[in-house]
Design a protein. Structure first.
Length: 384
């Protein structure tokens, strides 16, 4: 039996077909654990089930897979290209899923395991907090400008001295109240970011991707946080046969249209993870500030196409570098040892770990040199 399930927030629409593709049953149940339990008890475990990937279908996918069903997750983008019908209802969608699964034409989506899914949740929350923190800081800058307040140049406005300056600033009562509210929110965000970064640092040092995180930190602009985010989204590079496949999956390649002998390149497809594209572009923005092949590549492109397109192309190149470093288990060619060890030190501090991670002989020798020179201190941060 082949079963197609159309999933929305509240209901599961189910269509069942036999080996010849003939409809043999249908149902509509609530999207709940109790309904899934009844469904599981009612159907044979050798049944094959297809669902369309969405935030509402992931729980059902995992639950049914644990019950012993053969469950397939359909890729929504590819699915919509195959199914082009004016008669689009939940029942028709469920039937189409079942028929495509039966004929072997179901375009499947890769499903991360639960450990990866929980790590992604941590990363996404950290990104949200970072963006909100930036918004609050910009709001404070705007408030000062509105009141003609000149910001101190000699200090970080949001460092210890800067916060002291803001707290004692004389403003009209209403503006003062708004500023105090923003400072309270900023303090809360800073605390929450610190808690999450501590958890992520422990994951980077001791977790599933500790080797990959350490390797990616060799790249200028990539800290433990962004390295861990890369791995949380990618999972494993072994599922991509070459760098073109991973680039296409991430959606950081340009659209190509061909007509006769002419070829047109448009904007990037944005087909995959928006989080990974954002991280890569953030990393590239840091990397191009320092000497190296990424900066040289960026500057050549910038002269022709401007910053926007050049930085996206540099992010694409960075993804290819990451792919080959992981796939071939090799070090970054332009690794700056002093920066690399500062990153390791920062990760250890964030993880509340007193010991430095185990290093190979070459790294240990380099680290001893940099410790003697007193150069293990701050680190570059890939994004807010």
């Amino acid at each position: 039996m082949y079963i197609g399930i159309d999933v929305d927030k509240n209901f599961l629409t189910i269509k069942e077909i036999d080996e010849e593709g003939n409809p043999i049953g249908k149902d509509k149940i609530s999207n709940s654990i109790q309904a899934l339990e009844r469904f599981s008890q009612k159907h044979e475990k050798h049944s094959k089930i297809a669902l369309e990937a969405s935030s509402y279908s992931m729980f059902g996918y995992r639950y049914l897979a644990k019950q012993g069903f053969e469950v397939h997750m359909a890729h929504p983008g590819a699915l919509h290209k195959i199914i082009q019908s004016n008669n689009k209802t939940d029942e028709h969608d469920a039937l189409d899923l079942a028929q495509l699964l039966r004929t072997g034409y179901l375009p499947e989506s890769w499903v991360p395991d639960e450990e990866l899914e929980s790590l992604r949740s941590l990363i996404n929350r950290r990104v949200e907090l970072g963006k909100r923190s930036t918004q609050v800081k910009n709001r404070i800058h705007g408030l000062l400008a509105l009141n003609g307040v000149k910001e101190p140049r000699a200090t970080d406005l949001f460092g210890k001295a800067g916060i002291h300056f803001l707290e004692h600033l004389q403003l009209p009562a209403e503006f003062k109240q708004v500023l105090e509210s923003l400072l309270r929110e900023l303090a809360y965000l800073k605390e929450e970011i610190g808690l999450l970064e501590s958890k992520l640092a422990k994951q980077g040092k001791e977790g599933r991707f500790k080797k990959e995180v350490k390797r990616l930190m060799e790249i200028r602009g990539v800290d433990f946080y962004s390295a861990l985010a890369d791995m949380a989204v990618i999972g494993t590079v072994e599922r991509f046969p070459d760098d073109r496949k991973i680039s296409s999956w991430v959606g950081i390649v340009p659209r190509v249209r061909q007509s006769g002998s002419k070829e047109y390149h448009g904007h990037i497809t944005k087909a995959g993870s928006g989080l990974l594209r954002w991280i890569l572009i953030s990393n590239a923005n840091v990397a191009v500030k320092y000497p190296g092949k990424l900066r040289r590549y960026y500057l050549r492109l910038k002269a022709r196409v401007g910053h926007g397109r050049a930085i996206v192309a540099t992010a694409h190149k960075l993804l290819k570098i990451i792919y080959h470093m992981l796939k071939e288990d090799k070090h970054y060619e332009e690794r700056a040892n002093d920066l690399f060890y500062r990153k390791l030190s920062r990760m250890n501090q964030k993880a509340n770990c007193k010991k430095t991670p185990r290093l190979d002989s070459l790294e240990r020798k380099g680290r001893e040199i940099f410790i003697k020179e007193g150069r293990i201190m701050n680190t570059d941060k890939s994004f807010s």
